[in-house]
Design a protein around this ligand. Structure first.
Ligand SMILES: [Zn+2]
Ligand SMILES: [Zn+2]
Length: 321
């Protein structure tokens, strides 16, 4: 259920929001305050979960490593003016806005640009059956088929999240995060900024509201829901197969066969990566079926316009016993 459509009250317009919360600082002024190594170090020092108490001036100055008190005071005042730091009983503490700056830096997107060479995954291309390859570049994970030159998955992953993980493990973690993002997007919530997302159902890529130079115009992804954030523009594309991967009936079918679905990336599930596995049964109202096959057992899930499951049918292949 979309929480934006429940709970009463009407949506605020952009101008109403602006009137309610006037911006204290334009983006340019904010970046001007933050574009200084000493100030970033002050924020990083104040963001210490093991030291949650506000810090006295001298203690903070020494921790940051600036000997000149008046110079240090100048930088601290800039952070106070920008409301990244607050003063409590004569001591200094980080505000949430300051913590967001620290996190933006520590996630590594701004400073680290590692790359991982393509490696062969255990997944197969739903179109041609050849192995799928994964790589990391441009702070994104790509899963693609080299044989038919088809991009199966693309998604951002923070450079620092690669630390202490093998590429295979990092990709598995990325898949779990991407599944959570799908869950949020389906409920109209932007996984990046939590603002409202708009959904467009497209029969093929030509009907999609999203254009990206990573996406191939000629690549037929079949029926896909495109969720685009009304504020930050982040988008999430969801096929009918991706919409049912966490459905209790699907999870249970895999569990019965001894598989934990969380341990298998979505692109390694043959029924999920095959665009022809979504069949439009009726147009009005829209009904789409997705078949999930595990060994001799098959689930046929029927989805409505919003990709909600409205029916689950189960068949067991005749084994001749
Ligand atoms: Zn292929
Ligand atoms: Zn957003």
């Amino acid at each position: 259920m979309d929480p934006d459509e429940t709970g009463g009250g009407r949506r605020l317009t952009v101008s109403e929001r602006a009137a309610a919360v006037p911006p204290a600082l334009g983006p340019e002024a904010a970046f001007k305050i933050l574009g200084n190594e000493t100030r970033l170090t002050i924020l990083d020092t104040l963001w210490a979960p093991w030291e949650p108490e506000p810090m006295a001036f001298e203690k903070l100055r020494k921790a940051v490593g600036i000997s000149d008190g008046s110079q240090f005071n100048y930088h601290l005042k800039k952070l106070l003016d920008g409301e990244f730091v607050q003063k409590i009983d004569g001591k200094y503490a980080i505000r949430h806005a300051g913590a967001e700056v620290v996190w933006a830096v520590r996630r590594g997107y701004l400073t680290d640009h590692p790359e991982l060479e393509p490696w062969e995954t255990s997944g197969r291309c739903g179109t041609c059956g050849e192995p799928l390859y994964a790589r990391y570049a441009d702070e994104l994970f790509f899963v693609e088929c080299h044989a038919c030159d088809r991009l199966h998955h693309i998604g951002p992953f923070p450079p620092t999240a690669l630390a202490d993980r093998t590429p295979v493990k990092a990709l598995l973690v990325h898949d779990l995060v991407a599944r959570t993002n799908v869950t949020l997007a389906r409920r109209g919530i932007c996984p990046m900024c939590n603002a409202r997302m708009d959904r467009t159902l497209a029969r093929d890529y030509s009907e999609s509201p999203v254009r990206s130079f990573y996406l191939d115009e000629d690549d037929d992804r079949g029926l896909t829901a495109w969720h685009v954030c009304s504020q930050c523009g982040v988008w999430v594309s969801i096929t009918p197969m991706e919409a049912v991967v966490d459905h209790p009936a699907v999870v249970e079918l895999y569990r019965e066969h001894g598989f934990d679905l969380d341990s298998v990336p979505r692109w390694e599930l043959p029924w999920l990566v095959d665009p022809s596995n979504a069949t439009v049964v009726t147009d009005d109202p829209l009904r789409v079926t997705v078949t999930v096959a595990v060994e001799d057992n098959e689930l046929v899930l029927t989805l409505d316009e919003g990709f909600e499951v409205v029916d689950v049918g189960r068949t067991v292949a005749n084994t001749g016993c």
